[in-house]
Design a protein around this ligand. Structure first.
Ligand SMILES: *Cc1c(COP(=O)(O)O)cnc(C)c1O
Length: 343
């Protein structure tokens, strides 16, 4: 941020050469970090929620199918309904993954919406499960929410039509920037809907976004600072190396899950180990979680409460690249103290 101020980035024109080179560098770094192929466009929006709306508007004429296992998957479906679409779902209880053998997508579904890492519950779908959905249903567009697993999650983008995230979680940046990654199938679908007289939105319809992205610009004045900061953070992460980041994330997650399992007043919320998210670790607590959160805060660790109805009896721990192994070890020690201490 200091560099951005020094370089006067808050005052540059979003049509000028300097902005274009910032945009180009951020896009290049992101492509390299996440291994995004040339078949896919990288578009800048204002949030992940906006990405859900753009995907529905541009890729669904009437019917979308949603895999719902928590609040964010639910939001995706709600947005589709608010936009007047017909939705079907495979709904499972919070904290569960899906039995993919039971997946039964109606034949007329135009899009399948999957939340790869459900932040409200700490359920992550294995990358292989997403590949299975694709294999079983090659025809509908496949859209994947990776907000709280990116850049950790390793996806084969050639097998996904749309993926999206915002930057305030795994990239540790200020909120206000969303990234939407789409392929030509999404763009074609959007054009077909327009031909049918169906609205695909206005300045942020895929066609306008893609056209401007080709010149390293946005239709509107975008979050210039956010785009610059994302490029810089990607550069830092590339220096560390994505393989190192992934291995480190797994090690920190193992430590935290082991600690939670060993604590008498806690247990992992996600019963099936293969669905436990490495990046959002949720523990249910047999004592009110507010007390645990307060104790941890005094030790210098800020963990989240449970989501929605689970506010009072869960804690949620972010395990992102910005959290160092030392910090994870410190948090694990503080969590272990919880058992031996007053609880
Ligand atoms: C946070 C989150 C969102 C919403 O992100 P915004 O940037 O607030 O729009 C969507 N999906 C998941 C899985 C999230 O964790």
């Amino acid at each position: 941020m200091a560099d951005a101020l020094d370089r006067d980035i808050l005052s540059i024109s979003h049509r000028g050469e300097e902005f274009k080179s910032i945009y180009a560098e951020t896009e290049m770094n992101l492509r390299q970090l996440l291994n995004i192929p040339d078949s896919h466009h990288v578009l800048f929006l204002s949030s992940a929620t906006e990405a859900m709306e753009r995907i529905i508007q541009n890729c669904v004429g009437d019917r979308s199918h949603h895999l719902v296992n928590g609040a964010f998957a639910q939001r995706f479906q709600t947005i589709a309904r608010q936009l007047g679409k017909t939705t079907t779902t495979l709904t499972v209880p919070w904290g569960s993954g899906f039995d993919f053998d039971r997946l039964d997508v109606p034949a007329d579904s135009e899009l399948i919406a999957v939340t790869q890492n459900e932040t409200s519950t700490g359920v992550a779908l294995p990358e292989t499960a997403i590949a299975e959905v694709r294999n079983k249903y090659p025809e509908p567009l496949l859209a994947v929410d990776i907000v709280s697993s990116v850049p950790f999650v390793e996806l084969d983008y050639t097998r996904i039509d749309a993926a999206f995230f915002s930057v305030q979680k795994g990239f540790g940046l200020p909120a206000g920037l969303g990234v939407l990654i789409i392929n030509g199938r999404c763009l074609e679908k959007s054009r077909r809907l327009q031909e049918q007289g169906i609205s695909t939105g206005s300045y942020h319809c895929l066609e306008e976004l893609v056209e401007k992205a080709g010149a390293y610009q946005n239709p509107e004045t975008p979050n210039v600072l956010g785009i610059y900061l994302l490029g810089r953070v990607c550069r830092d992460l590339l220096k560390t190396g994505i393989a190192t980041i992934r291995a480190e994330t797994n090690r920190k997650a193992d430590l935290l899950y082991r600690t939670i399992s060993g604590n008498r007043s806690m247990a992992p919320f996600v019963a099936e180990a293969r669905f436990r998210s490495p990046t959002v670790i949720v523990a249910r607590t047999s004592v009110p979680s507010a007390g645990i959160i307060e104790t941890l805060a005094k030790a210098g660790f800020k963990v989240g409460a449970g989501y929605g109805k689970y506010r009072g009896d869960q804690i949620r721990i972010a395990n992102f690249p910005a959290h160092s192994p030392d910090q994870a070890a410190g948090l694990a020690a503080a969590l272990a103290d919880e058992t031996g201490g007053s609880l």
